[in-house]
Design a protein around this ligand. Structure first.
Ligand code: HEC
Ligand code: HEC
Length: 196
């Protein structure tokens, strides 16, 4: 009965393919987990940074994170602390990392917020129309980052840099809204964003 031996062939092939596929996905998961652990040492295990001047990544639009990782890998945005880490990442890693952080819940850092400064920051944000790009909740969209619940010390630095000396590769959209603002205004904006 020569046909009888053959019946299992498609099943075995199907099973082998399924096992190989699962092994591939597991290996990928493990590699991603390893990378995430490294990122977490600086950006916080849950994507909310506890370290001074290191930004939180939780709840950041995936498009923004992907864009920034790409710019860093290509050496356009220079972040010394991350240079050796990003240089070997593949496009698929950048996508997986960005999507991972977009899904995490953003949490306020434990930096103290000054309510008076936050109030003033809210007025400046309205006047400068920050919400027209970052959304009124400042949660960000597309290539425009989440600012809400970001670390205050990081925000102050980032805003100063857009005003005084934009980082290379930075979108020029940010220069007009902060142009002409004083340091105290930028601090107020950072306190406001932290309360959202
Ligand atoms: C040794 C600490 C360190 C490690 C590890 C690290 N980063 Fe960073 N990362 C930083 C610092 C510092 C900055 C802020 C640089 C600046 O001020 O512009 C940053 C900035 C970023 C930004 C830009 C965020 C923004 O709001 O513009 C992204 C995205 C990012 N890191 C993702 C990652 C990912 C993903 C990993 C893991 C593959 C990682 N980082 C590992 C220190 C680190
Ligand atoms: C015309 C659109 C637009 C307006 C208005 C705008 N932004 Fe932005 N903002 C952007 C874009 C685009 C980026 C990403 C820039 C880059 O590539 O570095 C950005 C980046 C930022 C960042 C960097 C965040 C990070 O994680 O590194 C902060 C902080 C920020 N904006 C705050 C503000 C505040 C506060 C205002 C109002 C004073 C404002 N923005 C107004 C478009 C805008």
């Amino acid at each position: 009965m020569p046909v009888a031996i053959e019946w299992w062939r498609p099943l075995a092939l199907g099973l082998a393919a399924a096992v190989l596929f699962a092994a591939g996905a597991l290996a990928q998961d493990a590699a991603l987990a390893e990378k995430l652990q490294l990122c977490g040492t600086c950006h916080g295990e849950d994507g909310n940074s506890k370290i001074e001047k290191i930004p939180s990544l939780a709840g950041q639009p995936a498009f923004y994170t992907l864009n920034q990782l790409f710019l860093m890998r290509e050496g356009v945005r220079k972040v010394e602390a991350m240079a050796t880490i990003v240089k070997d990442l593949k496009d698929s890693d950048l996508t997986a990392l960005s999507e991972h952080y977009a899904k995490l819940a953003p949490r306020r850092s434990d930096e103290p917020v000054d309510p008076e400064l936050a109030k003033r920051g809210r007025q400046i944000a309205t006047q400068q129309r920050c919400g027209s790009c970052h959304l009124p909740t400042l949660a960000g969209q597309e290539q425009m980052p989440r600012v809400a619940k970001q670390r205050i010390d990081y925000l102050v630095e980032a805003l100063k840099s857009y005003r005084d000396n934009p980082r290379s590769g930075a979108d020029t959209a940010m220069s007009p809204p902060v142009g002409g603002l004083r340091d105290a205004d930028l601090t107020a904006l950072a306190h406001y964003a932290a309360t959202l």
